[in-house]
Ligand binder design. Structure first.
Ligand code: GLY
Length: 325
């Protein structure tokens, strides 16, 4: 059994490990852990710690994938529920569909009796006003339906890259029955354009799990993972015989082909079915964020969770490596 979660998943990692130790499934342990992150207002860019889009709305995306059945549930654009991961889990367990968005997903949550609570707190409004003033350089009170948001959003997101914090929580686990799962939850980029969906609820981009090989997930600049299908790529590279370390480096190499658009940092988390892991932060540009950390627990190695520093790499570091392809 193992658990790997990013540093911002802290609020729920102890609970997830305890559940795994008590023979709960990887899916249920991840959903419980991520729910705690979503309910913690100090979590960054997740649930109650979520930050608003450019129009001032907090909208959440989440997903959970089952590596035994190669199946997932995902949601995007959730405004009325804090626990987006619970809606994603309900879709996985009980819907013929894989993904629901916005009002449809919220209706589904209501029908499944998931407690309703807006993630938009007074704190989110204050943070939004501050971010808006800093990165759009306008007073947010000028906002109306007639204002063209596209230019402001582009200026904020591209102009502030490397400074605007953006995150997600990701959990990957294997349970006592050797089933592997991965879960994600995020409010996405602060000041994103309304309706923007990142990688976190998109299977293959922000997450992927397959019991036969392992799992992968991404945080930070979702547009990069969407373009390169990064999580799926890591698992596929393991499938064709690469170690998890080589698989993550190959996925990094794929990222070096991206040109134009939103290029910033992407953190790629890979784990094989035995629990060997590789986490690398790819910096597209020199002013990337400091090396991220991640939580790791393996039943056979240690009773405690370790906080490990990820490797960081720049484009030139990756291009100078010897690759298999
Ligand atoms: N990786 C989270 C996002 O881009 O929304």
């Amino acid at each position: 059994m193992f658990l790997l979660a990013n540093e911002d998943g802290k609020a729920g990692v102890d609970q997830a490990v305890e559940l795994l130790n008590n023979n709960n499934t990887a899916i249920n342990s991840i959903v419980a852990g991520i729910s705690m992150v979503e309910e913690d207002p100090h979590s960054k860019i997740v649930g109650l710690g979520g930050l608003a889009d450019i129009g001032g709305d907090v909208t959440l995306d989440a997903a959970i994938m089952d590596g035994e059945n190669i199946d997932f549930g995902a949601v995007a654009g959730i405004k009325k529920y804090v626990n987006a991961i619970k809606i994603a889990a309900a879709i996985l367990h009980d819907s013929p569909h894989c993904m629901l968005v916005a009002e449809g997903a919220e209706r589904y949550a209501r029908e499944k009796n998931i407690p309703q609570r807006s993630p938009r707190l007074r704190k989110s409004e204050d943070q939004w006003r501050e971010l808006f003033k800093s990165y759009v350089n306008e007073d947010p009170s000028v906002l109306s339906d007639k204002v063209a948001l596209a230019q402001w959003c582009k200026k904020a997101i591209l102009g502030a890259h490397g400074h605007l914090f953006k995150d997600t929580t990701i959990y990957m686990a294997k349970d006592h029955k050797e089933n592997i799962a991965v879960g994600t939850s995020t409010s996405g980029w602060p000041l994103k354009y309304p309706g923007r969906v990142g990688d976190s609820p998109i299977c293959g981009a922000g997450f992927y799990a397959d019991n036969q090989w392992g799992a992968a997930a991404c945080t930070n600049t979702g547009e990069m993972a969407l373009r390169a299908n990064t999580a799926f790529a890591v698992v596929q590279y393991m499938k064709i015989g690469l170690s998890v370390e080589e698989a993550v480096y190959q996925a990094m190499k794929d990222l070096t082909s991206l040109k134009g658009g939103l290029l910033s940092d992407l953190i790629v988390y890979g784990i094989d079915k035995h629990g060997k892991h590789k986490v690398v932060c790819y910096h597209s540009k020199p002013n990337g964020e400091p090396a991220p950390k991640f939580w790791y627990w393996h039943k056979n190695h240690s009773t405690d969770l370790e906080l490990i520093v990820a490797e960081t790499m720049f484009k030139d570091d990756i291009l100078s490596m010897n690759h298999k392809f």
